[in-house]
Design a protein around this ligand. Sequence first.
Ligand SMILES: *[C@@H]1O[C@H](CO)[C@@H](O)[C@H](O)[C@H]1NC(C)=O
Ligand SMILES: *[C@@H]1O[C@H](CO)[C@@H](O)[C@H](O)[C@H]1NC(C)=O
Ligand SMILES: *[C@@H]1O[C@H](CO)[C@@H](O)[C@H](O)[C@H]1NC(C)=O
Ligand SMILES: *[C@@H]1O[C@H](CO)[C@@H](O)[C@H](O)[C@H]1NC(C)=O
Ligand SMILES: *[C@@H]1O[C@H](CO)[C@@H](O)[C@H](O)[C@H]1NC(C)=O
Ligand SMILES: *[C@@H]1O[C@H](CO)[C@@H](O)[C@H](O)[C@H]1NC(C)=O
Ligand SMILES: *[C@@H]1O[C@H](CO)[C@@H](O)[C@H](O)[C@H]1NC(C)=O
Ligand SMILES: *[C@@H]1O[C@H](CO)[C@@H](O)[C@H](O)[C@H]1NC(C)=O
Ligand SMILES: *[C@@H]1O[C@H](CO)[C@@H](O)[C@H](O)[C@H]1NC(C)=O
Ligand SMILES: *[C@@H]1O[C@H](CO)[C@@H](O)[C@H](O)[C@H]1NC(C)=O
Ligand SMILES: *[C@@H]1O[C@H](CO)[C@@H](O)[C@H](O)[C@H]1NC(C)=O
Ligand SMILES: *[C@@H]1O[C@H](CO)[C@@H](O)[C@H](O)[C@H]1NC(C)=O
Length: 531
Amino acid sequence: MASWVRSVVILVLAMVLFPMMVEPKVWHYKFNVVMKNMTRLCETKPVVTINGKFPGPTLYAREDDQVIVRIVNNVQHNITIHWHGVRQLRTGWSDGPAYVTQCPIQSGERYHYKFNVTGQRGTLLWHAHITWLRATVHGAIVILPKHGVPYPFPKPDHEKIIIFGEWWKSDVDAVMQQWMQTGMPPNVSDAHTINGYPGPVPNCSSTGYTLHVEAGKTYLLRIVNAALNEDLFFKIANHKLTVVEVDACYVKPFKTDTIYIAPGQTTNALLTADQTSGKYLMAISPFMDTIVAVDNQTAISSLRYNSTKPYTPITLTALPAVNATSATNLYIESLRSLNSPKYPARVPLDIDHSLMFVVGVGVNPCATCVNGSRVVAGVNNVTFVMPTTALLQAHYFNISGVFTDDFPGNPVTPYNYTGTPPTNMQLTNGTKVYRLAYNSTVQVVIQGNAVIAPESHPIHLHGFNFFVVGKGMGNYDPENDPKTFNLVDPVERNTLNVPTSGWTVIRFTADNPGTVYGFCIVIWKYTRHGG
Ligand SMILES: *[C@@H]1O[C@H](CO)[C@@H](O)[C@H](O)[C@H]1NC(C)=O
Ligand SMILES: *[C@@H]1O[C@H](CO)[C@@H](O)[C@H](O)[C@H]1NC(C)=O
Ligand SMILES: *[C@@H]1O[C@H](CO)[C@@H](O)[C@H](O)[C@H]1NC(C)=O
Ligand SMILES: *[C@@H]1O[C@H](CO)[C@@H](O)[C@H](O)[C@H]1NC(C)=O
Ligand SMILES: *[C@@H]1O[C@H](CO)[C@@H](O)[C@H](O)[C@H]1NC(C)=O
Ligand SMILES: *[C@@H]1O[C@H](CO)[C@@H](O)[C@H](O)[C@H]1NC(C)=O
Ligand SMILES: *[C@@H]1O[C@H](CO)[C@@H](O)[C@H](O)[C@H]1NC(C)=O
Ligand SMILES: *[C@@H]1O[C@H](CO)[C@@H](O)[C@H](O)[C@H]1NC(C)=O
Ligand SMILES: *[C@@H]1O[C@H](CO)[C@@H](O)[C@H](O)[C@H]1NC(C)=O
Ligand SMILES: *[C@@H]1O[C@H](CO)[C@@H](O)[C@H](O)[C@H]1NC(C)=O
Ligand SMILES: *[C@@H]1O[C@H](CO)[C@@H](O)[C@H](O)[C@H]1NC(C)=O
Ligand SMILES: *[C@@H]1O[C@H](CO)[C@@H](O)[C@H](O)[C@H]1NC(C)=O
């Protein structure tokens, strides 16, 4: 063949094949951090927002694509953004927690977050990862499946984003500062929100958000719990939901009338508009099964069929009781990995690091606090001290004196975790890390304790998904409890809730190299990182 003929053949072949081999795309976003006056609960206050929006803009990407977000900080607060659940393979600098993977973006500064979304598809969220700014600085992340790859469930007619939040009438930093200064638990929020809107509260009417639907169509609800502190129940009157994915991992579809979702978790559920017309209550309410105060306001919104006649009364529904532990257990036990040939559950079976993290609170001296002490969060009796140099920076550039390598992988002084607490409730303070070898397999028993009060704790692991292989009440029993583990199709996710007075066991493979990631736990409404 003459060389020009060969070239033409290659060119034609390339033209034919090229549409199949779609180049990875780069998605560019500009996030302007700006103040915005917002009116909620009949009061107006300035809040920190991205591009003036609450909730903020949705970040769309496709599996295998690259995302570049240019941040410009135009406010007087330091800020960072965390892409909650994005694995950040070899891009730890873009993970976002202030003083863990980066120094904050100061007023007037810019920062570029650049990462690929690899091996993930579904819904996640982004949020500010410094002080309490995430109250108004958050939004959804939608990772679409690769071109030509269908969802492993019937294709919905439409997709809708549903974001839950919490609203304080006061400035959120003032609420946090008051906690720091007094040592008393911070004030609970004044309302919950659905897509930025609370329902009516005493003396302030509000219709809230409306989800418009058409009879006979199916909708994929991409549900995000961006509340700071609260576990929530979500329900729509007269409609069932089919859960198909959590934390950007497919699950075996199951039907439920109530969704239970912890802060930082996401859930994709199919809704079929199977009524002919009408307005239906769509509401969220908190879950709390211990003595800790919660914002007990129900946020109300509505589902409205486009064929609904004016003045149609809304169909109501009752949400589970605030302490309905059985409803949360029923829901959690229904969650199973899809575990199909295409999406296998690769649960580590041989464990290199077998760890036990006891999580809870302690009471440490505090000279500026009203009682001379402050309630602090801890893991294995260590409360995290925020460094002034980011941990990843110290690790990467070998800067000594920022952290120590002695985070205890197991409790140093075992006690009856869910029984009578130790009389000395003081915690060791430190910036300690636990090192894992690349590719090692890890099991962590996360045991809640009962110091001051037993409490359910949301736990998020940065940079990894994990499999939730077991859970139970009381103290973990290393002899008998492993016999109950699900090592076949346990749910895979990035955020979980340790049950009140109970334990949860997770497994993951440490396959995200060269980075320092934190175990982030929210205790008594204040975020702390363990090693
Ligand atoms: C918010 O409203 C106050 C009072 O009207 C005004 O002084 C302030 O400039 C406004 N802030 C913003 C960010 O628009
Ligand atoms: C903002 O970040 C800088 C750099 O880490 C730090 O020096 C400064 O104290 C921070 N400001 C506030 C208000 O926290
Ligand atoms: C991200 O994807 C781009 C385009 O495929 C590639 O060039 C780049 O090396 C990837 N980055 C990382 C950190 O994997
Ligand atoms: C917290 O609540 C108390 C009691 O309602 C109130 O006095 C205080 O001003 C609140 N703090 C903030 C920062 O709003
Ligand atoms: C609502 O308004 C009435 C009349 O102004 C007042 O008596 C009542 O205390 C208000 N309730 C709340 C919760 O603010
Ligand atoms: C909500 O909490 C407040 C304060 O703790 C309490 O007075 C009120 O009765 C509670 N409301 C409901 C509906 O539980
Ligand atoms: C509802 O929406 C569908 C599709 O947009 C349209 O065909 C239908 O006429 C609408 N019904 C009403 C009552 O508006
Ligand atoms: C939930 O709280 C109610 C009211 O305080 C109480 O009567 C009930 O026993 C509690 N249920 C559980 C399961 O603790
Ligand atoms: C731990 O405390 C619980 C609750 O008080 C009690 O039921 C249990 O027997 C205790 N376990 C041991 C080993 O002492
Ligand atoms: C926790 O650490 C403090 C301070 O080092 C110590 O006094 C206390 O005994 C420890 N408690 C436990 C249960 O290890
Ligand atoms: C750590 O603990 C020591 C001893 O209790 C105390 O003096 C110091 O201020 C603490 N540091 C922090 C950052 O809490
Ligand atoms: C890590 O594990 C993967 C999968 O088992 C393997 O392909 C890879 O070679 C391992 N890498 C190292 C450095 O051990």
